[in-house]
Design a protein around this ligand. Structure first.
Ligand code: GAR
Length: 191
């Protein structure tokens, strides 16, 4: 068994999950053991299955009021949790079970454009509406509050006057795919 074992949490398309799955497929010391989702329709689930990674889905009650998710993590001896487009607040019991061992990616330069309701296209629309000259990605550790944990890494890209929320989303996604797997690798090696 490899020393570091990841569970990815994803709610949607899962393009970041796919990059992570591919990056760690033959890694000597880090392995993706599980992909968990609150959304049975999430394309992320099929992506994981293609990599022969076990998946589970869960309801809000299972996530908040039971230890089922924690039991899945324990069964696979998961050491680190990676959020990749996961849209629910992580409950306290999970943060206490994995202190400093949960990481998230946010599609803007926190502390700007973060908090409840700020996800996916809403972030890029807000960036455009604010007339920002640049945006980017933030990779941070997860605590009890949305988008407030210790910042591990940021990268920026320019926003031109001709950019739309969709074109901003594409630039940001490129940064996410370029950096997230490598930043996870470095973060795990330090923890
Ligand atoms: C990513 O852009 C990620 O940063 C964002 O959701 C997208 C998921 O895309 N996460 C948040 O907004 C969290 N607040 P993906 O499913 O294709 O990886």
């Amino acid at each position: 068994m490899k020393p570091h074992r990841i569970a990815i949490f994803a709610s949607g398309s899962g393009t970041n999950a796919e990059e992570i799955l591919a990056y760690f497929q033959y890694h000597p010391s880090i392995e993706v053991k599980l992909l968990l989702s609150n959304n049975p329709q999430a394309q992320a689930l099929q992506r994981a299955e293609r990599f022969r990674v076990k998946t589970h889905t869960f309801s809000k009650a299972q996530f908040r009021d039971s230890y089922e998710v924690l039991n899945w993590l324990k069964a696979e001896r998961v050491t680190h949790i990676v959020l990749a487009g996961f849209m629910w607040l992580v409950p306290d019991y999970l943060i206490h079970a994995y202190p400093g061992k949960i990481i998230n990616i946010h599609p803007a330069l926190l502390p700007k454009f973060g908090g409840k309701g700020m996800y996916g296209k809403f972030v890029h629309e807000a960036v455009k509406a604010a007339g920002e000259a640049e945006t980017g990605i933030t990779i941070h550790e997860v605590n009890e509050h949305y988008d407030e944990g210790n910042i591990v890494f940021q990268a920026t890209c320019g926003v031109d006057e001709t950019d739309t929320p969709d074109s901003i989303a594409l630039k940001v996604q490129k940064l996410e795919h370029m950096h997230y797997p490598k930043v996870i690798e470095q973060w795990i090696s330090k923890r």
